[in-house]
Ligand binder design. Structure first.
Ligand code: CKX
Length: 609
């Protein structure tokens, strides 16, 4: 069972939430497998699901834990589901998991940010308690997405700690993990709708929507697709597992002016309903033409943020209250877009973006694909210091496989969302070696082939990816730039020199032919919310505004700049270190979602743009 459809109750489908307090046990001694923890955990420790496990405890050995975290819960499954397929659905288990049901392994999954199913139909004990045990592993390696490593910390003599592992992320956000998104129990008909795909085409006042329904199961069924507008009026209907729906006149989905049609898919047998599923879908087109990003044939300019799923206590855990607050703040400030830096976000965020008319650059968790021979990773990345080659060596083959799977799963999950206007296939990778170029070509081609809507593709480029370096940026349909002029490059009193260098780089990009649209997916300054200083210094709120004024001047001078997404929406947790004061402070909002001075600057600029 591989369906990625979002779990929904319909006339034929049942969904039960398994969220709540689960038993948990951290495998400090790496003994869980040998001691048969899959059959049940001896533990009194309870933990909420969904959530990251890291920030609940008061002892560092939990927050920084590297290894297997075992979760357990029980569920009674009713006998009336006997004629159904029964599955567990994990919206995400970070970064990999093995699922045991009544002691038997029923699924495993690599990659911590997309859903997977465990088919348990054959193992259900009807009307009895069924035990679910999940072994989640949070370690990073040279072949994992995101990329990183695990080191062993030597312990002083006499210490009773036998072996302490520590995670070294190859990226600048905390490696939150666990069962971070909802877990659900599903009961589906034996013959069911496995997938649904739409592709839109504008046709005068109307639209043509080509659709495909994938069916699972052996029974012969007739397929019907019905489309309803927001008032509940039926506006189109088609028969067959694939076809074209004509909606005329059509109300298009637009930026900050969303309109969603309800697509109902029905499988029938002699007039009897076998399965039913529905999705709310916005109809729109997206394409790149010359230096423009065209939504429904009209140019758009992206205003918004690079974000994180990150908040107090639950870490990267699904937090609907935080999602709501973030959208309210983005609307208040006049934003219209964001990038899901640096991994696929919770499905509910895309549903909200569809509803609110936000444009999303959807990023796969390919981050940390860059090595520096010296300096901290992010310091090097900002300054243009040449990284060492990354795409060579024995780990690349498994990495490539994981990356291709991650792109496939991301597109499979998000392909029908109107809000998703582009795929970001890497963040700040190495781009200068020949091996990089070969690797990029394959990933970019895969994305093109897998996406029915053929959305534009890009990757977020750090400074070492320059106009002179044509190793990889030629694969992009539009360019997305992470640039830190005025921060990592010539910050503070040198900001005037930063502007000069920034303009030189922009002139060089402008001289490239053919030109493509360029969107800034990162620019920013760490800003400590308590710091005010006149005249400004780096880290003060005044300086963040000064840097924004400088960047805005540059953006406004180049016609091919088609968007600005500041880094970051809110302050977020990272690993500790000399360059980070309990996290990255480049937020326009604090981690508690209150505005810094820069928020008022951006509100004014974006409302006027
Ligand atoms: N870009 C020059 C990736 C983000 C980091 C950001 C930063 C870097 C900058 C690279 O994940 O947080 O250093 O603030």
């Amino acid at each position: 069972m591989e369906s990625m459809l979002y779990p929904k109750m319909t006339a034929t489908r049942r969904v039960v939430s398994l969220d709540g307090m689960w038993k948990v046990k951290f495998d400090f001694e790496e003994e869980g497998a040998a001691k048969g923890w899959k059959d049940g955990l001896e533990s009194d420790d309870l933990i909420p699901v969904p959530a990251s496990f890291n920030d609940f405890y008061t002892d560092k050995k939990y927050r920084e834990f590297a290894g297997d975290i075992w979760y357990e819960t029980e569920v009674v499954i009713p006998e009336e589901w006997k004629d159904k397929e029964v599955a567990l659905r994990f919206a995400a288990a970070t970064h990999r998991a093995v699922v045991y049901f009544n002691g038997a392994e029923v699924a495993s999954h690599e990659g911590g940010f997309v859903p997977f199913l465990a088919d348990v139909t054959e193992r259900v004990r009807w009307n009895e308690k069924n035990r679910i045990v999940v072994k989640v592993n949070n370690e990073l390696s040279k072949s994992s997405l995101p990329n990183g490593s695990v080191i062993e910390i030597p312990q002083p003599e006499g210490s009773d700690a036998r072996k302490v592992k520590m995670i070294r992320p190859g990226f600048d956000f905390f490696n939150y993990a666990g069962l971070q998104r909802p877990v659900r129990l599903l009961a589906l008909p034996k013959t069911s709708i496995d997938d649904f795909t739409v592709v839109h085409e504008l046709d005068g006042e109307g639209a043509r929507v080509s659709y495909q329904v994938a069916i699972r199961g052996s029974e012969k069924v007739e397929t019907k697709v019905l489309v309803y507008d927001e008032a509940g009026k039926q506006v189109a209907e088609a028969n067959g597992a694939e076809g074209v729906l004509s909606i005329n006149p059509v109300r298009l989905w637009n930026v900050r002016d969303a309109y969603l049609y309800r697509f109902v898919i029905r499988l029938e047998q002699d007039g009897q309903l076998i399965d039913e599923y529905e999705e709310e879908i916005g109809i729109r087109t997206i394409e790149i033409k010359g230096i423009d990003i065209l939504l429904n044939g009209k140019p758009v300019y992206l205003k918004g943020f690079g974000k994180h799923e990150d908040s107090d206590i639950v870490g990267r855990g699904y937090a609907p209250g935080v999602i709501k607050r973030d959208f309210e703040l983005m609307k208040w400030i006049g934003a219209n877009s964001f990038r899901t830096s640096h991994y696929p976000y919770s499905e509910e965020i895309y549903q909200m973006a569809d509803r609110e008319g936000f444009l999303v650059i959807d990023e796969v968790a390919a981050v940390g694909f860059l090595h520096f021979s010296s300096m901290a990773m992010f310091m090097g990345a900002g300054t243009g210091i040449k990284p060492t080659s990354f795409f060579e060596g024995p780990e690349i083959e498994p990495l490539r496989k994981n990356h291709l799977a991650a792109v496939r799963e991301l597109i499979q999950r998000d392909k029908n969302h109107a809000c998703v206007i582009a795929w970001s296939l890497f963040n700040e990778p190495e781009t200068f070696s020949e091996a990089a170029s070969r690797y990029f070509r394959e990933i970019f081609e895969a994305a093109r082939e897998l996406d029915p809507q053929k959305r534009p593709r890009t990757f977020a480029m750090e400074k070492s990816c320059s106009p002179e370096n044509v190793g990889c940026h030629q694969y992009c349909d539009f360019l997305t730039m992470n640039r830190y002029y005025g921060w990592y490059i010539k910050g503070g009193y040198e900001i005037a020199a930063a502007e000069v260098e920034f303009r030189q780089e922009m002139d060089a990009w402008g001289a490239l032919t053919p030109q493509r649209p360029m969107v800034f997916t990162e620019y920013g300054t760490d800003t400590y919310p308590s710091e005010h200083k006149l005249p400004s210094v780096m880290w003060s709120q005044e300086y963040q505004v000064e840097m924004l004024e400088m960047c805005s001047r540059v953006f406004d001078s180049y016609e091919f700049v088609k968007g600005e997404q500041i880094w970051n929406f809110a302050d977020f947790q990272t690993v500790e270190g000399t360059g980070r004061v309990n996290g990255n402070k480049k937020g326009v909002f604090t981690r508690q979602r209150q505005p810094k001075e820069s928020a008022f600057f951006l509100k004014k600029r974006w409302e006027e743009l």
